[in-house]
Design a binder for this molecule. Structure first.
Ligand code: GLU
Length: 286
């Protein structure tokens, strides 16, 4: 088994833009340099927002960029059973609780909470009626991870949790970084609407796909602390992290899927070649 494996994990909710190209190329080049594996994963658990046509364009764009990846491509929507199994393991140990609140109720609680959103979202299930009654009514709920229960289970290891950063966090974090997962509050591990949430699906897949290096943008730096906790609770191997800077446009704004002019499709239609884009993004010629 190669000792280096990394991935690019787009959500097919829109077209890829320059920022995605930078991220995908960063991961792909790292795999190439290390003689390791490069995995493409389609993160499409949110069926309402993801579209097959976006997935098709993503594959087309990445191939146009000159990237190649292992097949078959893992599509998260086809592996819900894996995520539910992980969820059950945590639930069986009393680490999760049901949250029946609506987004609006949580936002209201956050507005009046002295410590902001994470604390408001964490403050327990807040049941106006008994849980049994709500369940009997068929009211939908999300599963949240209780940070207090996780701390109790892991003991001193909870506060000692850290991850290895080989790139840099937004404030230049590098080396052994304290995970501090409690900062995120009691995170949702299973959404009401889709039955699983991003953090859980990602750690399960990174382990199943034997990812050794998680290479991604600094926007996901905070997520790493939470994901490190889930790896510890689920006894999954610990990858190394490399967060890279985020590309911005001339006005200093991050590229977003809504900026149509910067999508790879538009760039291609405007006659930009993959070689030009690679060079512009600071990568050597193929
Ligand atoms: N699917 C996530 C995104 O498109 C990336 C997840 C990850 O790299 O961990 O932002």
């Amino acid at each position: 088994m190669p000792s280096f494996a990394t991935r690019f994990a787009p959500s097919p909710t829109g077209r890829l833009h320059r920022g995605h190209a930078f991220s995908a190329l960063t991961a792909w080049e790292a795999a190439r340099t290390a003689g390791g594996r490069f995995v493409l994963r389609i993160e499409d658990i949110d069926c309402a927002r993801c579209r097959p046509e976006h997935e098709a364009t993503i594959l087309e764009d990445l191939a146009w960029l000159g990237l190649s990846w292992e097949r078959p491509v893992r599509r998260q929507s086809e592996h819900m059973a894996d995520y539910h199994q992980a969820l059950e393991r945590l639930r069986g140990r009393g680490l999760l609780y049901r949250d029946f609140r609506s987004r609006r109720e949580i936002a209201q609680a956050a507005a009046s909470a002295p410590h902001g959103f994470a604390a408001a979202a964490s403050a327990g299930p807040h049941l106006p009626q008994s849980e049994a009654a709500l369940l009997a009514e068929g009211r939908p709920f999300a599963w949240r991870l209780s940070m207090a229960a996780a701390r109790c289970e892991l003991g001193p290891a909870f506060d000692a949790l850290s991850f290895t950063e080989q790139g840099a966090g937004p404030a230049g974090e590098h080396g052994l970084v304290p995970a501090r997962p409690e900062v995120a509050g009691d995170i949702v591990l299973a959404r009401k609407d889709v039955g699983v949430a991003y953090h859980l699906a990602v750690v399960v897949d990174d382990a199943l796909q034997a990812i050794t290096h998680v290479i991604r943008g600094q926007d996901l730096f905070e997520a790493s602390g939470v994901q490190r906790l889930l790896q510890a609770l689920l006894r999954l191997p610990e990858p190394v992290y490399r967060h890279h800077r985020l590309l911005t446009d001339a006005g200093g704004r991050r590229f977003a899927k809504r900026d149509r002019a910067q999508t790879l499709q538009e760039l291609r239609a405007a006659g930009v070649t993959p070689a030009q884009l690679r060079a512009e993004l600071g990568f050597p010629p193929l």
